[in-house]
Each structure stands twice: as C-alpha cells, then as structure tokens.
Design a protein around this ligand. Structure first.
Ligand code: ADP
Length: 651
C-alpha cells in the first residue's frame, strides 16, 4: 500500500472554542478523562458485539473483547486500547474533528449568554467525551482500524490548531488512544493510581479492563474491574455511588442523576431495567431526540436510543433494559411490531411513573450541602442548619422536565390521570408549586371548579385583571405559563370531578347570595346606556360590551366566549405560522370603577359622545396590553394617552 502523506486539517467550526472551555473549566476534575475514554472503548466493543451477531467472522472464535490500559514511563504516554469496532479514516475525521454532537452550538450560545465560561453544570449537560483527553495530554494520537477495513489510520492533535491524519500500522481491528501526558500529569503513569480510577469510575463496565503486570520477566494482564453488567447485580450489592457512576457512564453526563429505579420483572416477560432521571435538562431536550434507553438482550447490547421502548413524553429518561425474551437478532423492524416490545414499553412507562410518584411524595428533605452546589442550585432551597440544604427533588424534576411530561396527557390516554396527579403549578396563593390534588383539597365548598389563567409568563398571569374578582372572593387561580398548558387543559377538562375553568372566558357563574345578585343586576342595569355607547364606538373590534363580576381594581378586561381560543393560544399559533382568524372578544367593564362611573356621566351627555369614543378605545387598548397583546394601532393609543395627559396639565 502506498503511504499517503500526512494531511493536516482544521477542526470544524467551534471545536477549538469548546475544547478550550472544556479544558479550562474541568481542569480540577481532570481525572474524568479515564472514565470518558473507557466509556468510548466500551461503546466500541458493544457496537462490535452487536455487528458480530449477524456477521460471525468479525470476531475470531475465543477472542476476548476487552479494554487495555498501558502506561509507558519513558515515553510518558498512557494508552487506552480496545479491540472494538474501530474507525475508518472518514470516521476519525468526522467523529473527532467535527463537533458531531448537536449540543455544541447550543452550549456555546448558553455559555455566552450566562457570561460565564466556567459553568460546570452547563458543560456537564453537554458531556465532554473524547475531548477530555486534552485535560491530561498536550498531544493525543489515535490509531484505529475499522472492523470493516484493512487499513489503519493515525489521527493526531495538539488541540490548538486542528489535527493531522495519516496512514498507520495496527494489528487487527480496534482503537488505541495514546495520550502524551502533560508535565504535571505524570501521576497517571502509576499503576495504583490508574487502578483506583478504574475502580472508582468504571467498575461497572461490562467488558474486562486489563492492566499489565510484570511477573518473572513476563507480562500478565490483570482485570481491574468487576466486569459484569451493573444491572444484573442484586440491588443490595450496589452502592449509590456505583449507580451514580453508572449513570454518568451511560448518559455521558457530568452531573449526578436525580433519582433512579432498578427493577426486575418476572413472568411471561422477564426483564431487568435500570432507569435514571437526570438532574438537569440536556440542551437538546426539545429536539425530540429520544436517546433514552439502551436495549440489551440477555446481556448482549442490541441498540442505543431504543425509541420503541420509551414514549417521547418520557424522552428525558436514561437507562438500560435487558430482556430475556426478545430474540438476539432482533431488528428495528421487528421491534416496531413486536408484542414483547409493547409489554416492555409498558413496564418502562409504569416504573417511571411510579418513580415520579415516589419523588413527588418525598416532598422537601434536608440533604448535606454538596461542594459542587452551584449558584443555580442554591436558589432551589435556602440554606438550613449549617451545611444542610433543603431539597425538593420532585420540584427540580418538574422545573427541568415538566413541560415534556405534560405532552403525555395529550398522547397517552391510558395514563392521563396518573400524569395529571404529577402536574404542578404556581397560583394566586403565591407559595410555590401546587398539585391539582392539593388545590382541590383547599377549595371552599361553594367554589364551582378549578380556575386557571394562561399567559406568556407567570408575571403576565399574576397581573391578569380577569382573576381579580376570584382573588377577592378567596378562590385560588392557577397560573399556566407554559404553551403546552393550553393543550393540557383541553385534554384534561376536569380533575377529581372538578371542572377546569378558564378565568378569562365565558360568564363567570360565581355563587352569590340573593342580595349580592340583586346588587349586581342593579349595577349592570345602571350601566345600560354606557354599554350601548361603548359598544357602538368599538363595533369593529369587540363582539359585545357587558358589566363584569370578575374585576376588582381594573376598570375593564377582555374575555372570550366558552369555545374561543385564548389570546395566549392565539399568539402561540400565530408564532408557529398558523393562520388564526381574527377573533372578536367581549369587553367587560367594572361597574364600581371610578373611570367607568365617569364614563357613565359622558354617556348621559350628548355633547361628550366623541370624548366617550376616545375613552372607549383607551379602555380597550389597555385591556389588550394587560394581557400581553399590543394594541392594533399603537400610534393611535399613544396619541390618545398624550391628549389625556395634556388635558390633565390643563392645555
Ligand atoms: P460521544 O461518545 O458522546 O458520542 P465522543 O467525543 O466521546 O462523543 O466521541 C465521538 C465519537 O467518536 C463517538 O460517538 C464514537 O463514534 C467515536 N469514538 C470515540 N472513541 C472511540 C473508540 N475507542 N472506538 C471507536 N469509536 C470511537
């Protein structure tokens, strides 16, 4: 084979930057490089084992799939070697030279936005992977030979300015990652230190990790990890830290998982599952990539990201499922229509919901403060006694993944009620998140249903004039500021037999005494002339003008009819390019408000018709503003305000 010249290539956009951020910010945690590289090697072995299921020639009879770690004191190199799937020239370039992971661009943007390029939790969500090699090495050389090729290639980089790629020699398929250690990283040449790191971070790796030892002039290879699949061990034998490490390995996450569930199901369907909830949402949560669960059949790795096992609305779950019943040669096509798959999926959903219910029940607990608590985490709970902090794991979960979970209400009829129990909202009670169940438990006897308002933010909801009357009456109103909530309330319609009622729609049928009713009707009757006059001047924009029982401090608000789209939903749909027909709404006036009373005076005076018209428009526009919609004619609004102000100053 003709030797090809060394070819130099620049890294694809932003690799340089991501690299330097990773190296700078993770420097004090640099030992994780070993875990990351071993994880990659283990994945490469899994991929090979899977291919070998159908192509037996790929692995020689009796050949052991393994990872080797070898230090060379003289050269000051550390090599992590695997006989896994390997990489072709093209794969080396693509996998190690471009940012393959979609999150990197988002990572850069998020870091810039925070103005803090040492933000550990953000980098954790990104996952450092292969780049962690540069934490300890100033030069990294990767020699690889793909299982499907006769050629070997060397990829080499000093991180700073791109990489080179050239033809190389390697016996057999697999990959050597050769780290030319930095001056101050010589400790990673010591066998005991490496062994400790393997036991600490990679004990659960399913493949043997071997290290050489000289005995009687010969090299023996000791296995330094337990080398069995963590999930096959009994729960009693697994420590929390091992679960955490396993999660980090599996999810390529930096942060600890929030919670996990490890279960075995026996019977017609036998399977073992180990499912984790991450503690932070990944940057690509909304790209709808479902990379949650890895499927194994009888300990043999079958596939990553097994979408058939995990519904989209649980796409934040990470874990493994090991089935005893699926055939080893199972393919995506088989999985899609297999009855066994459906049953496994059912179990995954059930166990995840149970885990969430348990977390929700746990409430707020005191936990030791962790040294890694960053600023974000501190907000979650105020420091309690000494080095303990309050923690509500379910609320953490909810703030990260609640939006995704809510999608389940729309798509999963079967679990609608279970998911509804898990919903959390802020409310006029202003004391944090509440469940619908607790809301219902607090409802006064005469309250007709569960009130809510929707808006772009909690702040808009909070200021929503439509809920003033309810607040005054002592009825709690839920703030729904998440776009999916519009669908949640439609799909749910009721909870524990209480209707969900939009506080800004329809006539509010508030319970009232006879005296209250009389007084309300009398006021409405007094408004009579005014209502007609305002309606006449706003004919083009509103479908009716009426007296309101939902206002306390504000003079007016806009409401929809029962079946109308809420203005919030209208804005969402428009933002997504959907043609939403113009909807006229109903303007409600507060009969007790001084402005409305003043307008009653104008309505009685034929000479002030024009003034009344101007005021009507002002009322309408400010009602729009109050719910976050810009007036249709902003300059008209500004002109009217200016005229009014001029009047006040007497010119
Ligand atoms: P991640 O593992 O999160 O995808 P990495 O940066 O760690 O990201 O690795 C990028 C890619 O390089 C991997 O997805 C894999 O395809 C490839 N790769 C890394 N290490 C190895 C290895 N030892 N053998 C084969 N492929 C590897």
């Amino acid at each position: 084979m003709a030797t090809s010249p060394v070819e130099k290539q620049a890294f694809a956009a932003e690799v340089d930057q991501v690299l330097s951020i990773v190296v700078n910010s993770l420097y004090s945690h640099k030992e994780v490089f070993l875990r990351e590289l071993i994880s990659n090697a283990s994945d490469a072995l899994d991929k090979l084992a899977f291919e070998a299921l159908t192509d037996h020639a790929l692995v020689a009879k009796g050949e052991e799939l393994r990872i080797e770690i070898e230090a060379d004191e003289k050269q000051k190199t550390l090599t992590i070697r695997d006989n896994g799937i390997g990489m072709t020239r093209e794969e080396l370039t693509r996998n190690l030279g471009t940012i393959a992971r979609s999150g990197s661009r988002e990572l850069m943007a998020a870091l810039r936005q925070k103005g803090d390029d040492k933000n550990l939790s953000l980098i954790g969500q990104f996952g450092v992977g292969f780049y962690s090699a540069f934490l300890v090495a100033d030069r990294v050389s990767v020699v690889s030979r793909s299982a499907r090729s006769e050629e070997s290639w060397r990829w080499e980089s000093e991180a700073k300015d791109g990489f080179t790629i050239e033809s190389a020699q390697r016996d057999g398929r697999g990959t050597d990652i050769v780290l030319h250690l930095k001056e101050d990283c010589a400790e990673y040449l010591q066998a005991w230190q490496l062994q400790n790191l393997v036991r600490k971070y990679s004990d659960y790796v399913r493949h043997p990790i071997r290290m050489p030892r000289q005995k009687d002039g010969k090299t023996e290879w000791d296995t330094v990890n337990q080398a069995n699949a963590l999930w096959t061990r009994s729960k009693a034998d697994i420590g929390d830290e091992q679960y955490r490490e396993f999660y980090r390995h599996l999810a390529h996450d930096w942060t600890d998982p929030l919670a996990w569930t490890h279960f075995r199901v026996e019977g017609t369907q036998s399977l073992t599952g180990l499912l984790f909830l991450p503690s932070k949402a990944p940057l690509d949560l909304f790209e709808r990539k479902n990379k949650g669960v890895r499927l194994f059949v009888k300990r043999v790795f079958i596939m990553e990201d097994c979408q058939e096992l995990l519904p989209e609305w649980l796409r934040f779950v990470r874990g493994v499922v090991d089935s005893e019943d699926l055939p080893l040669n199972v393919s995506r096509e088989i999985l899609q229509q297999d009855r066994v798959t459906r049953q496994i999926r059912k179990q995954v959903v059930k166990k995840t919901l149970t885990l969430l219910e348990e977390l929700a029940k746990e409430g707020t607990t005191l936990v030791p403060r962790s040294p890694d608590d960053d600023e974000d985490d501190k907000d979650a709970g105020d420091a309690a006694a000494g080095d303990q902090v309050e923690r509500n794991r379910y609320e953490e979960f909810w703030r990260n993944f609640g939006t995704v979970l809510k999608e389940g209400i729309h798509v999963e009829q079967e679990h609608k009620t279970d998911i509804a129990q898990l919903l959390r909202y802020e409310s006029t009670r202003e004391s944090g998140l509440t469940s619908l169940h607790d809301y219902v438990a607090r409802m006064p006897q005469d309250q007709p249903g569960i009130y809510y308002v929707t808006g772009d933010s909690i702040e808009t909801c909070r200021r929503c004039p439509q809920l003033e009357g309810l607040r005054k009456k002592g009825y709690e109103v839920l703030y729904m500021a998440d776009p999916v909530d519009e669908w949640v309330v439609r799909d749910l319609a009721e909870f524990e037999e209480k209707k969900l009622i939009d506080a800004s729609k329809g006539a509010l049928d508030l319970p009232e005494s006879d005296a209250e009713k009389e007084a309300r009707e009398a006021k409405a009757a007094e408004l009579g002339d005014l209502l007609g006059a305002v309606k006449a001047s706003l004919e083009d924009v509103v479908k009716d003008v009426r007296s309101s029982n939902r206002l306390a401090e504000s003079p007016a608000c806009l409401v929809g009819d029962e079946g109308d789209l809420s203005p919030h939903l209208e804005r969402i749909l428009r933002a997504h390019g959907q043609a939403v027909p113009e909807q006229k709404r109903i303007l409600e006036l507060n009969p007790d408000h001084p402005i409305v009373k003043a307008m009653q005076g104008m309505a009685a005076d034929a000479g002030r018709t024009q003034e009344l018209g101007e005021w009507s428009h002002l009322l309408y526009d400010q009602a729009m503003l109050a719910e976050g919609t810009l007036p249709k004619d902003p300059s008209g609004f500004a002109r009217r305000i200016a005229e009014l102000m001029q009047k006040v100053v007497g010119r």
